[in-house]
Design a protein around this ligand. Structure first.
Ligand code: GAL
Length: 673
């Protein structure tokens, strides 16, 4: 059995992507000296090195990597070794131009960046297997080796390819899925617009069409793409397991919903030995620490609650957004320790030394262009010491309060063409509900709609357009057994083939919600409507309204204006031991907070009014104890009540009663007992 933690690593992981091939070897010695100064325990190496390791077909140059791994080993630095299959060399594409991916409109990408891969291409598959075999044979038992890091961020920058080889591979998958073309016709609803097929050979990828294409074909292509990419990961992983037994294999995910939308991470979480993630702040004016917490919670959930590892984030600004602000003093530490609080057994960066050449030279690094006499370097050294003082948390698990349901496949389906409103965005709903829960100081697990939910007093469904019957039954059982459910509009509408469930909407949820939806009535751009609550107070909604008919549910808020005026806007259905709430318009974060207040009462979740706004309090527990992380994102000093005495690990001070956390600071208390 492979390890599920980096082999031989006895502290938390701290370090980054290390690309020494961009520097003369004399610099490497300075690198390792400074790594030791910063407390670096692990680096990721070789991720983009194929062209250097195999300068021409079948000719290998491992000398530099031998020397590098030995040097790192001599200095006690563990290595996550990349398989460089995200960046095939120029000679490979010269020989196999068909391995370059093709867009839906027939454009073939060129060599000259990275990640230009058609994942169905058999030449690519053989070449990737061959270089992986070479590396595993040579370094499989190298004493520095802690982790295999396969490829890089599968799913970006290109996911789907629409070439002929993909078309053939797609047809094979369709035969395996549907068996007969009649079954496929039924599932895809090809009676519509005369799209009927009489042979699998007639079916192509969903390339550019004059108007809306077949939605189920497009959805199946998303599934096909994800599965095809995963086949390539599994092939490399199996080679590594065979030739390098015991060493865990990972590939770095990008679970933030804003950063990759083509990978079904529920499926991928089951394939890796250790879940690892990359996270970058998206500076679009929203609260970046909330987005970070959400990504970390998704990652932990994909890992089934087990510790995971943040493999990349940035020390300061990135260079690929329209505007790339530097991080404020202390922000890097808050970011790093925010991930650790939510289950990461370490904090790693892209990258160790800032590049002088290439497309990423303006991306921050642990060791900036300015060298060691810089704020970033001083903060890196300070963070290295902080991370080191937290070693005891390795292996402990983050404790969640509530669950949010999320499903990448439902997201794909929802984003197909021709929906009732382009303003409804499932990701936005997930973000908004998450933010409202975050502001109530509730720690969130994400869960698949068919997962066991019995551990959670409250389950929130922000936007699950596609829901199987099994998922609907799962939610009904959850509520009947005493759970509290909150469902937002346009959920439970279609089955796994994007076919509307039979009968009135929302087919998968009618019973549990105790209502039907007669008609959707999306609002016009910038249109707002008011809804009135039980005590006459008002909330406002936008984007969506609908005609809800209670069939067992009670009406709690009513539309005060708009086409649905006088009709129910928010309902509650008491079912068995629990209750199911339904909200049929898009509430802002304030409105969601009010709604969640009612639901939290039903779920008997006590309000955490004693915790200040933007002060994040998260708990990890395990054999080594209970650790309370307090991250003060606000500009005010904060005081947080402690339920037990303990020791603050970053300052070494004793803590009792209340814990003072200065503005912008992080504290981690190991509770006594
Ligand atoms: C990541 C990628 C790294 C680097 C980084 C820059 O997505 O894995 O190689 O490009 O972005 O932010």
């Amino acid at each position: 059995m492979p390890d599920t933690t980096p082999t031989g690593l006895t502290r938390l992981a701290f370090g980054g992507d290390y690309n020494p091939e961009q520097w003369p070897e004399t610099v490497w010695h300075e690198d390792v000296r400074l790594m030791r100064e910063a407390g670096v325990t692990m680096v990721s190496v070789g991720i983009f090195s194929w062209a250097l390791l195999e300068p021409s077909p079948g000719e290998f140059d491992f000398g530099w990597l031998d020397r590098l791994l030995d040097l790192l080993h001599e200095n006690g630095i563990r290595v996550g070794l990349g398989t460089p299959t995200v960046a095939p060399p120029a000679w490979f594409y010269r020989e196999h131009p068909d391995a370059l991916p093709v867009t839906a409109d027939g454009t073939r990408y060129e060599f000259g960046s990275r990640g230009a891969i058609c994942h169905s291409n058999t030449d690519y598959r053989s070449a990737a297997a061959a270089i992986t075999t070479q590396l595993a044979t040579r370094y499989g038992d190298h004493p520095a080796l802690a982790l295999w890091h396969v490829h890089n961020e599968y799913g970006v920058p290109v996911s789907a390819c629409y070439c002929e080889s993909c078309a053939a591979h797609f047809r094979r998958r369709l035969v395996a899925t549907y068996g007969t073309v009649e079954q496929l016709n039924e599932a895809w609803g090809t009676a519509f617009w005369g799209q009927r097929y009489t042979d699998f050979a007639q079916i192509n990828p969903p390339r550019v069409t004059p108007t809306a294409g077949n939605p189920t074909q497009a959805l199946d292509y998303k599934r096909f793409t994800d599965a095809t990419i995963r086949e390539n990961f599994v092939r490399e992983r199996d080679i590594l397991h065979r030739l390098s037994p015991g060493v865990p294999v990972t590939t770095n995910f990008m679970t933030a919903l804003s950063q990759c939308d083509s990978i079904d991470y529920w499926a991928w979480g089951r394939e890796v030995d250790l879940v690892t993630n990359d996270h970058y702040l998206i500076t679009d004016g929203r609260r970046t620490h909330v987005n970070l917490a959400m990504a970390a919670d998704i990652t932990r959930s994909v890992a089934g609650g087990a510790p995971w590892l943040l493999l990349e984030h940035s020390t300061s600004g990135v260079n690929w957004q329209p505007r790339n602000p530097a991080k404020a003093p202390g922000q890097m530490a808050r970011n790093s320790l925010g991930h650790v609080a939510r289950g990461s057994d370490g904090a790693m960066f892209f990258q160790w030394r800032q590049s002088r050449r290439g497309a990423e030279k303006f991306h921050s690094a642990m060791l900036p262009h300015g060298g060691t006499d810089t704020r970033v370097w001083r903060e890196v050294v300070e963070l290295g010491a902080a991370v080191d003082s937290l070693s005891a948390i390795r292996g402990t698990r983050t404790q969640a309060d509530v669950a949010v349901l999320w499903d990448w496949q439902s997201w794909w389906a929802q984003n197909l063409q021709w929906r009732p409103s382009e303003d409804h965005d499932p990701r936005e709903r997930a973000d908004a509900f998450y933010e409202a829960l975050y502001d109530r100081h509730l720690t969130v697990d994400f869960a698949h709609p068919e997962a066991d939910l019995s551990a959670y007093p409250l389950v929130v469904v922000p936007a699950l357009y596609l829901m199987t019957e099994a998922a609907g039954n799962n939610l009904r059982e959850y509520v009947e057994n005493g759970g509290t459910l909150v469902v937002s509009y346009f959920s439970g509408i279609v089955d796994e083939h994007d076919a509307v469930h039979e009968g009135p909407h929302p087919g998968a949820l009618r019973d549990v919600l105790g209502l039907t939806v007669e008609e959707f009535s999306p609002l016009l751009k910038d249109e707002r409507i008011r809804i009135t609550g039980p005590d006459g107070s008002e909330l406002s909604g936008d984007v969506w309204s609908e005609f809800v008919v209670p069939r067992g549910a009670e009406t709690v808020w009513t539309y005060a204006d708009g086409l649905a005026a006088g009709h129910p806007a928010i309902t509650r259905h008491r079912l068995g031991e629990g209750s199911a709430w339904y909200v049929s318009t898009r509430l802002d974060v304030h409105g969601l907070d009010v709604l969640l207040g009612w639901a939290a009462d039903d779920a008997r979740i006590a309000p955490r009014a004693d915790l200040p706004h933007d002060v994040e309090v998260v708990r990890r527990t395990g054999e080594s104890g209970t650790f309370l992380f307090v991250i003060n994102h606000s500009a005010l000093d904060a005081k947080v009540p402690l339920e037990a005495h303990g020791t603050e690990l970053l300052t070494g001070e004793r803590a009792a009663g209340h814990l003072g956390v200065p503005a912008g600071a992080v504290r981690v208390v190991r509770l006594d007992g």
